[in-house]
Write a protein that binds this ligand. Sequence first.
Ligand code: SF4
Length: 76
Amino acid sequence: TLPMVNEKDAQPMALGYVADTNKADGKKFPKHAATQKCGNCTLYTGKPDAPSGPCGIFPGKAVASGGWCSAYTKKA
Ligand code: SF4
C-alpha cells in the first residue's frame, strides 16, 4: 500500500489538497464543488470504491478517494 499524501507537505499545500473535499478552500478555489473528489477525477487511478488510490500528480503516494486538489479534472 502506498503512503498517504500529507496535506501539510509543500506540493499538496500548493495545490490546495485536502483529504476531505468538503474542507477545500472555497474562497481560494471558487470553482470547487463538493461533488468534485479524487474518486471521480481523471488523474485518479485507484478503484472507484476504494478509500484511497494513486494519483498522477503525486507519484508513489495515495490520495483519499474523497479528497480534492486544485488540479481536479472531472473524469469523462
Ligand atoms: Fe485528487 Fe485529482 Fe487532485 Fe489527484 S489531481 S489529488 S485525484 S483531485
